[in-house]
Design a protein around this ligand. Structure first.
Ligand code: SAH
Ligand code: F3S
Length: 450
């Protein structure tokens, strides 16, 4: 009899990718993916540890799951609860102390062993914890990608981070930098395209540090990989995230100039506009260095739209430092961005630094920053009105007869289109801008363009 697994992912896109690979691993064991958590035989919380709030969400969800598990105890449909992802990696056995009803705890580098963990759970009858960083390559052990969820797919090409920004848990939870070799990456991309992916987003915590081994010797940069991917028939859009400013090289800049499949949108976190704060964060770039990279990218691809991440209220950040961040934002111009109050994370150097910033100051700065970022986003959306652009429609809209897709610049675009256009790239005319999305009329329906 088939069983069901529901995976709830928190945090970054890599968790979304990992969740789909967990489904691929569990499918041969008889598990089908379920949309609802209620009634599932196995529930996996694929967690995020990046900020305190993200990590705490897990425990409130576990509280709810405990009640359902208790209600189903002794029935013929008992419930198993697993905690995966970065909270699991960071807390390990501790999770069982706070939530003893959890059955499995595993990290981002061990989910390929889920079948083994489930068998151990059944044979031993007690919780299994596996948060090692195994030496074998997780990706070698995973089965080929299964079903796609729409025409836009994620593909992890690089994992882990060696940058050790002083605020960040990623180097501890995801481990050291690792690049997948070129061959399996190209194979996975062809497989995804064969299954209907028109767009692939290459993922890595530090994706532009990619240096994958090539079978004929040597290593490929991300720019080289993008050129090879662009050759795949049917693959019409390529994106990559997340990049580190100090590692944007000439090869990647040239790819933005030469490869039409590479979308003119880049998420390039800067964190702060103050050199003093950037130094304390152990970022290996200055504000000027960031602006220089942006200028070189824009020289190669004048249409390039930028997104970024910001942290306000890092220890020691003065009003003056914050003003430097505001100045950088005004100077560079972003079409969207993520901004956060600094959240001290146990075990990271910044958590123990002097000069921690009071909550009300953080809130006021965040507010001011977000006002400016929102203003820029709306201004950019408004410049799109009256423009024709190709949109990849990949999900149904809120209303009957409506589809939603993505513009080249990552904006959500709504249009009146029948479901037959799902998975298609259609030229549309933008007729209205909203703060977080655009609406469009179809200008040349039959013409799917690359
Ligand atoms: N390169 C990474 C970035 C990881 S974290 C990637 O894979 O996307 C995403 C963003 O969260 C960071 O760019 C940073 O702006 C924010 N962040 C990380 N640690 C944080 C902390 N302790 N407090 C607040 N924001 C944080
Ligand atoms: Fe985190 Fe800095 Fe790496 S933000 S993921 S340590 S580049």
């Amino acid at each position: 009899m088939r069983k069901s697994v529901h995976i709830k992912s928190y945090g970054c896109q890599m968790n979304v990718y990992d969740a789909s690979r967990m489904e691929d691993v569990l499918s041969p064991m008889g598990y089908d993916a379920a949309d609802a958590m209620e009634g599932a035989d196995l529930v996996i919380l694929n967690t995020c540890h990046i900020r305190e709030k993200a990590a705490e969400k897990v425990y409130s969800e576990l509280g709810r799951l405990r009640r359902e598990k208790a209600a189903r105890k002794g029935t013929d449909r008992p419930m198993r609860i697993a905690v995966g992802g970065c909270v699991a990696q960071a807390e390990g056995e501790e999770i069982l102390k706070r939530a003893p009803f959890v059955d499995l705890v595993f990290g981002p580098q061990t989910y390929h062993r889920l079948p083994l963990m489930l068998r151990q759970l059944e044979s031993r009858g007690r919780a299994v914890v596996d948060t090692e960083f195994p030496a074998d390559d997780k990706f070698d052990q995973l089965p080929p990608a299964g079903e796609l969820d729409g025409a836009s797919a994620f593909l992890t090409v690089q994992e882990g981070c060696d940058k050790f920004c002083t605020f960040c848990v990623v180097p501890y939870t995801r481990g050291a930098e690792f690049s997948r070799p070129v061959d399996p990456v190209l194979r996975e991309a062809r497989l995804l395209t064969g299954k209907g992916a028109r767009e692939i987003t290459l993922l890595g915590q530090n994706v532009n540090a990619y240096h994958g081994a090539h079978p004929e010797g040597g290593e490929w940069t991300l720019g080289r990989l993008i050129r090879a991917l662009a050759e795949i028939d049917g693959l019409e859009r390529i994106r990559y995230t997340t990049s580190y400013p100090a590692e944007v090289d000439e090869d990647l800049i040239a790819a933005h100039r030469d490869v039409p499949e590479l979308m003119p949108f880049l998420h390039l976190p800067v964190q702060s506009g103050s050199d003093k704060v950037l130094k304390a964060m152990n970022r290996r770039h200055t504000a000027g260095g960031y602006k220089d990279v942006v200028a070189r990218l824009r020289a190669a691809q004048p249409d390039l739209a930028l997104s970024s991440d910001f942290i306000v209220g890092f220890p020691g950040e003065t009003d003056r430092d914050f003003e430097d961040t505001m100045a950088l934002v005004r100077d560079v111009g972003f079409v969207q961005a993520y901004s956060f109050k600094y959240s001290p994370r146990p075990g990271t150097p910044a958590a123990d630094m002097g000069g921690q910033i009071p909550e009300d100051v953080k809130s006021a700065r965040l507010h001011e920053l977000q006002d400016e970022l929102n203003r820029q986003q709306i201004a950019f959306n408004e410049t799109c009105v009256g423009r024709e652009m190709p949109v990849l429609f990949d999900r149904p809209g809120g209303r009957e007869g409506q589809l939603v897709g993505r513009s080249p610049f990552m904006q959500a675009v709504h249009a009146e289109l029948s479901a037959g256009y799902l998975g298609e790239i259609v030229n549309v005319m933008i007729d209205r801008a909203k703060p977080n999305s655009l609406s469009a009329v179809v200008s040349s329906k039959q013409e799917a363009v690359a």
